[in-house]
Each structure stands twice: as C-alpha cells, then as structure tokens.
Design a protein around this ligand. Structure first.
Ligand code: BES
Ligand code: MN
Ligand code: ZN
Length: 512
C-alpha cells in the first residue's frame, strides 16, 4: 500500500472514494434523564463542496454521526463520499481510531483503488500525529495477508491512500512531523508483518535452520549495522546448553541460537542495554510426552515468542532507538526420534543446575532457561522474554490477554504502561516462593513442571526465574493465548498470527 500525504486542495479526480469522520454533537445528558436528542454531526471542518452535498442528503438518511453509522454519497463527478459516524469526539480513544482505520480498510479494500481520507476530521485530543499514527496502524495491520500458498489469491483493489490535510493552519513543522509519523508507523507495521509472516510460515518450510537464515537475511537487508551471531549445534554444545540440546535431541534439524546486537549512534554511560529473548519452537509435537492430535494442531506457532521479539527488535533498529538492544532466539522443534530425550532424564543446564525432565512437552522453559543464562552473561539492564509457554495462561487470562511475570516491580510497571499506551491487553500474575519450591526435584536441582496443573503458567515462570542472573530485572510474556487468532480485533486476522506485543515491546524500547 502506498500512503501519500496531501496538504493542498487539488484534483481529486482519480480517487474513487473520500472518507470523512462525522462526530455527534450530543452532550452528556446529566442526572440519568432519558433525553431524546436530535443529533447533529460535526461537519464544519469538511471541504465546503462536500458539506453542501452532505446537507442535501443527510436529512433523509438520518445520519447523526453516531458510532457505527455511515453515509455514502455520490457527487457530480461520480466519487463516493463516505461519512463515518464516530460518536462523541470527547469519548473517542486512540484505540477506537485504530479500530476505525482497520474497519475502513476491511470495508473498502475491494471497493476502491484509491481513496482519500479527510484527515483533519479524524484528529482527536488535538494530537495530530498520534491520531495519524493510529489510523495508519489500523489500516496497515488490517491490510496484512498470508496468501503465499494460494494459487489464485486476489490482491486487494486498494493500492493508494491519500491523507488529506487541508486545514489552513497547518505549519511546515506539522507537515514534517506528519511525514515522520507516517514513516515510523510504516516501520512498526512492517515489523508486525514480519512477525506474522514468520509465525504463519509452515513447519515443513520453517525449521530451525531456515528460520535462522530468514532472520539473518532480513536484518541484514535493513543495512543498519546490526551484528549477527548464529550458533549452530557445535556452538550450542560449546556453550554447554544441555537443556536446549535435550529439546533438540529428537530433531532432524540442528538447533540454532541467533544473537543480534544493535548499538545506537550515541552511546553514553547512561545508555541502557535491553536483552530480548524468544522461544523459537518451530514445531512442538511434545516429544515423547506426545501431544494428542487436536492439541498438536497449529503448533507451528510455538516460535511466536521468537518472532515477536524479533519483530520488536527489527522495529527498534529501524526507528533508531536510544537503547542498546540484543535479541536472542532459540530455535528447534520438539519431536520424536530414537534420539529424543526420554521423560525422567536428568540434564545439566548451562548454568550448572540439573533438571529432571518429567514431561518433554514442557520444553519451552528448557530452551529459555539456557537462553536466559546466556543473556545474563551480558549483564544487561533488563531481560524480557516472550514465549508461547503454557496452555494454562489461556485458562488463567482467556485467549485475549497476555500474561506478564517478573522479578522487578519497575520493569513490570514499565511494560504494563507500554501495553496500556498501545492498547494491548497485558496482565501481571505472581511468581511466589511456593511456586519456586514446587519445581524443586527430589533427585535433581529442579524439575520441569509443578505437581498439579493449577497455576501452571506461574510455575513455568518460576522455573525460568531460576536461570536469570542475580539482580537482573527480568520479565516474561506468556503469549500462548494472544499469539494468534485475535479476530475480535479488526486489525488482526481472524485466523493466524496476531503480531500482538510487538507494539508493547517497541514502545518500551523506544522510551526506556
Ligand atoms: N507450546 C506449549 C504451550 C501451549 C499450549 C501453547 C497450548 C499454546 C496452546 C508448551 O510447550 C507446552 O506444551 N506446555 C505444556 C506444559 C505442561 C506439560 C507442564 C502445557 O501447557 O500443557
Ligand atoms: Mn510443549
Ligand atoms: Zn511449546
């Protein structure tokens, strides 16, 4: 999709559709009185000729600007002019704007080739750039498709969106910052699309080796000087990552550890170093603790943690954030062969702790344990991991909310605040001492699951915490629920990778 900013009234002739926001004028009717009010949408900021046209048809159509309404008009030149009801301007949030952008794309992408958005009518809270970012993010995220395996996928008709801003008060500075916002938003959307592409890719194509290669090629294509280090099986053995290797033992693909490092242009003593860690299970069959077939379906998405932190890293690099950022991805599948790790095995981790593997399907925590220990050696200011770690997080929080665990209040708060500011659902759950006790083994230092299913996500987090270096702030995002199929959001596909949490992480990295 091409986006063009336009600041001067000029010929509209090539556009088939013009979109305007119509707001209601209704005031809150105090004291619970049921007032039957006649609404009148705010249209005074629309171009004059459209106002005239609107006044001609709106009264028949009873367009009042309420949320959910829309009014289509056709002008003398045959262009569709669509007014979208947005409700009360004071009640409109940035998330609502993002959703309207997405709905607009979903409704019109097969109706028009080029359309114009009367941007000034969409601005809320007098924050032009934020309003623009939300509309573009909604449109960009909604425009994502994964069609590479369809022989006859129809490309969308819509190719060009004009962002019209004819407000005479627009300054040169406004124009520059809108252009900047457009560019930044496109970087974030591109990163989300990358995350989604990786997650949606099928396991007969995306294995640990090809996954690492894709990431390597993609990050190099940005030409931002990111350092890439990739450990193959030999390298992982050299690092003594016994747990990671135990998960990989049954695989016909070597493991890969991808280690990316970004250094900002200006580095001072105060420059923060953040390490992102991702679970990259390209397929989780469960190993010898085999999953039943229904639960195995879609387990290609078990690398969503790695894809998510990679997406966030990619965006951070493109945006040129001030923090130093490293990204560590552990890639393997979890399958069976005569070499696969047997349940009851005891394996030594990179940091020396021994782990009794009671259930080979609790493999994500094994891979992450060695990665977190490796990440701790970098002595960063914080470590954040993302993983499709437990089915239990769906029981705890539903399929729409991401779980947050951590050992540091400040980091937790920062992440919650980032999630809030980009309107992603993130909820903190506890890691209590009792959970840490429960994962102690009788015959080894630790075991890889608790004694019951209850609080399974917290117990998995408690396991991870054992491998985080002393005093390093660490947070864990359990994205098993929100990694895919977030069809309740108009900017996410009904089925397939959601790309959620990329925005939260980018916001964190951009503000830390
Ligand atoms: N990748 C799964 C977690 C998962 C399950 C994600 C369902 C999405 C949907 C993870 O590796 C796993 O299998 N976890 C087990 C842990 C258990 C054996 C302690 C689980 O959640 O059942
Ligand atoms: Mn598993
Ligand atoms: Zn898994």
């Amino acid at each position: 999709m091409k986006y063009l900013l336009k600041f001067k009234h000029s010929d509209y002739s090539s556009q088939q559709a013009i979109i305007l926001a119509g707001w209601t004028n209704q005031q809150e009717s105090g004291k619970g009185k049921k007032k039957k009010q006649v609404f009148s949408p705010v249209i005074s900021h629309w171009p004059k000729e459209i106002q005239t046209l609107f006044k001609g048809v709106a009264t028949h159509q009873q367009f009042t600007g309420e949320m959910g309404q829309s009014l289509s008009m056709t002008d003398s030149r045959g262009r569709h002019i669509i007014a979208i009801g947005m409700g009360l301007r004071g009640k409109c949030t940035f998330e609502m704007l993002r959703k309207e952008g997405a709905k607009l794309y979903n409704a019109l992408s097969s109706q028009a080739e080029k359309l114009s958005i009367d941007f000034d009518s969409f601005v809320i809270k007098n924050r032009r750039d934020d309003s623009l970012a939300m509309l573009l993010e909604g449109i960009g995220m909604a425009a994502y498709r994964f069609n590479k395996y369809k022989a006859k996928a129809k490309p969308p008709l819509l190719t060009t969106i004009y962002i019209d801003s004819f407000n005479p008060k627009i300054t040169k500075a406004n124009i520059n910052s809108m252009a900047n916002t457009l560019e930044r938003t496109q970087m974030i959307v591109a990163a989300i699309s990358m995350t989604r592409d990786l997650v949606n890719e099928v396991p007969n194509v995306l294995n640990s080796v090809t996954f690492a290669k894709k990431v390597d090629e993609d990050i190099k294509s940005l030409k931002k000087g990111v350092k890439v280090k990739i450990l193959d099986k030999k390298g992982v053995i050299k690092e003594k990552m016994g747990l990671f290797l135990a998960v990989n033992a049954g695989s016909s693909h070597e493991p890969r550890l991808v280690h990316l490092s970004y250094t900002p242009k200006k580095v001072t003593k105060n420059t923060k170093h953040i390490v992102l860690v991702g679970k990259g299970l390209t397929f989780d069959a469960g190993g010898y603790s085999l999953k039943p077939s229904a639960s195995m379906m879609n387990m290609k998405f078990d690398m969503a943690g790695a894809a998510t932190v990679y997406g966030a890293f990619r965006a951070a690099v493109q945006l040129g954030v001030n923090a130093k950022v490293s990204c560590i991805l552990g890639m393997t599948d979890n399958v069976i062969s005569n070499q696969a790790t047997l349940p009851d095995s005891i394996i030594k981790s990179r940091n020396g702790k021994t782990v009794e593997i009671l259930n080979t399907d609790a493999e994500g925590r094994l891979v992450l344990a060695d990665l977190l220990d490796y990440a701790s050696d970098l002595r960063p200011d914080s470590i954040i991991d993302a993983a499709t770690l437990t089915g239990a997080i769906l029981v705890a929080l539903g399929g729409e909310v991401c779980g947050l665990f951590g050992n540091n209040d400040k980091l937790n708060k920062q992440l919650l605040s980032s999630a809030n500011s980009v309107s992603e659902y993130l909820w903190q759950l506890p890691v209590i001492d009792e959970f840490c006790d429960e994962i102690k083994s009788n015959i080894a230092d630790l075991k890889n699951m608790g004694n019951s299913r209850f609080g399974g996500s917290g117990k998995a987090a408690a396991f991870l915490q054992q491998f985080v270096g002393n005093d390093i702030p660490w947070a864990h995002l359990d994205i098993a629920g929100i990694g895919d199929s977030q069809g309740h959001l108009p900017y996410c596909p009904k089925k397939g990778s959601s790309g959620l949490m990329v925005r939260t992480l980018v916001d964190y990295l951009d503000n830390v």
